[in-house]
Ligand binder design. Structure first.
Ligand code: ADP
Ligand code: MG
Length: 624
């Protein structure tokens, strides 16, 4: 008797989705299990993967902890902080390029490339390697279950191309991105802050090489980024550097200056400094050791927490300065912040916690590990997106549709409600009258079919449209909502490139209650709205048909027999009158429209004939 292998594990895998914090310094995966998110630690290993890559002589690339250690022996072939280069061109990264040990170039599409051992790698490809490592670690921790669905986090300030680069990295890694989520939003989710009816949250994120602060508002589970601030070159590495500087000064007595500046030696100093710093987070004093047996250097130095705090006070002050600016941009005094969330390994430094607490006047959340909280939140989001149960959660979405008023007062919805932001959509428009050289755009928000029933967000005018027959100019109207919820509407006439734009913060001045009222009224009026919309569209259509008919009559009219001509004129007059009568419903308008269409059939046939003749004249038959 034989056995049939059942791949039960793989079946179970289909509903596991990972949350991944793809960090500048460290990356980490988490999943939802038994009612809460957990970090995935493979047996015997720690969960996080240092975001470091080492390029071997044989062409192999090693990722993570080992790569970080190899940097000691071979710094010239080790890369760190790839995230800084995501979605960037060469000239965006000039200052960061200096700390890269290899040459950089650019692809044809303006993407930075690292040249390592004769090969070129984009940041997307390198981040893909990090993502694969995180995925593999997670799979190991899950006992071999395959996972492909992920939620990945990015800083709130990441622009579209940086977000797109992150998506591309995931695609290269063979992962299916359920959503890209802002890091501060994820951290707030991990603390369940989305369950608040409303509130303001400050997320203070001090990582390895970057500092961000984000002020968020929560309304009915929807997060909105009110402001962000920070410093992309301020983090735990700078804390380490203060200790490295002390060490270098003292070691200068016993070492040659060139040996002190050796890349590998500096990396060794940095690791020793970091170890000492981490101990100081829990102990009042710690030792920093450096030993280079081959050159006989043995250095050991005690640091007290008090001394460390003095060395790093100016760094913390810089973060607080950013916090004050973020508050000012969000127009909120610190007292109005309801929750403060600490994120990033460097917020384990006691002085950081104490000073953040003092600034905001409240105890920050630090119940969860600050270097895990983003991954945990991403896992919460992944769980919800996989249809998992937890309080309904909407986030980083547009709660109401956004659109443009069209001719006749209807609304062309361009961004549908509940679209995840950032997002964009473009729709084509044209002119309604011959020779029209400008268009008024009215941007509206809401679910109702008529602009008059929606919330008006703003108006703008596109001028300088070339004089052409109605319907000929092509005007692209682009709606773009950035990560902060700011809406930019741009209208562009395609032949001349003339454009006009408006910027609006669509959720400003709109309370949850009002959003709900707007949604309810749309449901309640759905039937009437549908009819009103049809009527509005029919009026527009009759207008267009009427002008075409008038043009046709003047061109080919004399060739029509008198009776047909009279039929056309009558139907035309009746249709125009109907379109102007605001009391008529869709049914009556439809009837007039159909009558006009029927009456003009002979005219249309005649016009077609004219066109065909014109087209054929001067051409040989075999050319047709
Ligand atoms: P990132 O978000 O930049 O990828 P992390 O949030 O993982 O980085 O933070 C990494 C930083 O946190 C490093 O500078 C590391 O030295 C620092 N760090 C980690 N643990 C501690 C600790 N216990 N005390 C102080 N700093 C710490
Ligand atoms: Mg981080």
């Amino acid at each position: 008797m034989g056995f049939i292998e059942l791949n039960v594990l793989n079946n179970a895998a289909s509903n596991v989705a990972l949350g991944i914090d793809l960090g500048t310094t460290n990356s980490l995966g988490a999943r939802w299990k038994d009612g809460r998110p957990i970090v995935l630690h493979p047996e015997g290993g720690s969960g996080y993967v240092p975001s470091a890559l080492h390029f071997g002589e044989q062409g192999g690339v090693i990722v993570g902890r080992e790569a970080r250690e190899l940097a000691l022996l071979d710094p010239a072939h080790t890369l760190f902080s790839i995230k800084r280069f995501m979605g960037r061109g060469l000239k965006d990264v000039e200052s960061d390029a200096r700390s890269v040990p290899c040459p950089l170039s650019e692809t044809q599409n303006g993407v930075v490339q690292f040249e390592m051992r004769g090969r070129k790698f984009t940041p997307q490809e390198l981040s893909a390697l990090i993502l694969m490592k995180v995925r593999d670690q997670a799979c190991k921790a899950l006992g071999g279950i395959e996972v492909t669905k992920v939620v990945i986090t990015v800083p709130a300030y990441f622009d579209d191309s940086q977000r797109q680069a992150t998506r591309d990295a995931a695609r290269i890694a063979g992962l299916d991105v359920l959503r890209i989520v802002n890091e501060p939003t994820a951290a707030s989710l991990a603390y369940g802050l989305d369950q608040r009816k409303q509130g303001k949250v400050a997320v203070y994120d001090l990582g390895g090489g970057t500092f961000d602060v984000s002020i968020l508002s929560i309304e009915e589970g929807v997060f909105q980024v009110l402001s962000t601030n920070g410093d992309t070159h301020l983090g735990g590495d700078d804390f380490d550097r203060t200790l490295v500087e002390v060490a270098k000064k003292e070691l200068a007595a016993v070492m040659r200056p060139s040996a002190l500046e050796d890349r590998a030696f500096l990396q060794l100093l940095r690791l020793a400094a970091e170890r000492c710093k981490i101990e100081l987070s829990t102990d009042p004093e710690a030792y920093m050791h450096v030993s280079l047996p081959e050159s006989g250097v043995q250095w050991r130095r005690k640091f007290t927490r008090h001394e460390f705090d003095a060395l790093t006070a100016h760094l913390i002050e810089r973060t607080l300065h950013s916090c004050r600016r973020a508050l000012a941009d969000a127009k909120l005094p610190p007292e109005q912040i309801d929750e403060v969330v600490l994120v990033g390994g460097s917020t384990r430094v006691p002085a950081v916690r104490a000073r953040v607490e003092k600034l905001f006047g409240r105890k920050p959340h630090c119940e969860l590990n600050p270097d895990e909280v983003v991954a945990l939140g991403a896992a919460v989001q992944a769980h919800v997106l996989m249809g998992g149960t937890r309080e309904v959660l909407l986030m980083d979405v547009t709660p109401l549709s956004l659109g443009i008023e069209t001719m006749g007062g209807a609304v062309a919805k361009i961004i549908q409600r509940n679209s995840t932001i950032p997002c964009q959509a473009t729709e084509g428009f044209t002119t309604y009258v011959d020779g029209q050289n400008g268009i008024d755009f009215h941007v509206v928000q809401g679910e109702r079919e008529l602009a008059a029933d929606c919330r008006s967000l703003g108006r703008f005018k596109l001028k300088g449209i070339p004089a052409l027959p109605a319907g000929m100019p092509r005007i692209a109207v682009r709606f773009h909502i950035d990560a902060n919820g700011m809406l930019t509407v741009t209208a562009k006439e395609e032949s001349t490139g003339t454009s006009a734009r408006i910027e609006i913060q669509p959720m400003n001045g709109l309370s949850d209650g009002e959003v709900e009222t707007m949604l309810n009224s749309a449901y309640r009026n759905a039937r009437e709205d549908f009819d009103a919309r049809r009527a509005a569209d029919l009026r527009t259509e009759i207008g267009t048909m009427a002008r075409a008919t008038e043009r046709g009559l003047s061109q080919a009219g004399p060739a029509l027999d008198r009776e047909t001509r009279r039929d056309v004129e009558e139907a035309l007059a009746a249709a125009k009158k109907a379109a102007a009568d605001t009391q008529l419903d869709a049914g009556a308008l439809q009837k007039r429209r159909d009558e006009l269409e029927r009456a003009t059939l002979p005219l249309a046939a005649l016009l077609m004939d004219h066109v065909a003749k014109a087209a054929l004249s001067g051409k040989r038959l075999d050319e047709v």
